[in-house]
Ligand binder design. Sequence first.
Ligand SMILES: C[S@@+](CC[C@H](N)C(=O)[O-])C[C@H]1O[C@@H](n2cnc3c(N)ncnc32)[C@H](O)[C@@H]1O
Length: 221
Amino acid sequence: MSKIESNFYKAAAKYWATIPATIDGVLGGFGHISNADIKGSKAFIEDLFAQGKGTAKTRALDCGAGIGRVSTQLLMPIFEKVDLVEQDTKFALSAKAEFGDDNPKLGKIYVEGVQNFKPEHQYDLVWCQWITGHLKDYDLIDFLKILKGALTANGVIVIKDNVTSEKTIEYDEEDSSVTRPLLLFETIFKEAKLKVISQRIQDEFPQEIHPVFMFALAPSE
Ligand SMILES: C[S@@+](CC[C@H](N)C(=O)[O-])C[C@H]1O[C@@H](n2cnc3c(N)ncnc32)[C@H](O)[C@@H]1O
């Protein structure tokens, strides 16, 4: 990894270390959109199931899981086990507490950067929400290839993230993240040999934020 790339990751870790372990914290002051977000994600998953995609419900993985908002509200009610990857220790501890003591649905919490994550299990669903912007393009391609190798036969990766309507990538210095245009997402998916099997824009979100897309991805070969 080059020096610039490693600074990109260090700056993000430093930023998140200053943020409180609350829904408002992990959603950058937009905690009030959480309910609409979870509702939109549920409808997207239900639609995938209705199409016969990603239908097994054994194990899911939540990447960049924060305080376990998505894990506990979306994934836990559906899957037998949920694993999480989250690099910030206080968020990981908060996620563990959200699941509650000895909750059999909690698998393992990997407290590490997603760019270093090596899966130990196979997953029916991998959920990546508001995390892809924290990866450099080539690391995101490698990460997606690794996730693809950890999918069960009918497994699916879902990316839910901001998409800019500008033609070029936008860099946010505050949290050291990027927002990509749709075309770049499509190029990255292609490079990772993944195809989009379903795509939707989240509704009921405020006008002033970037459009948030959900992409369901499956191996293209
Ligand atoms: C915007 S929050 C989203 C949290 C969660 N996905 C949600 O929707 O509630 C981004 C999260 O990604 C985590 N994060 C940032 N860079 C990361 C990295 N390289 N590896 C793992 N987690 C990272 C942050 O600590 C933070 O918890």
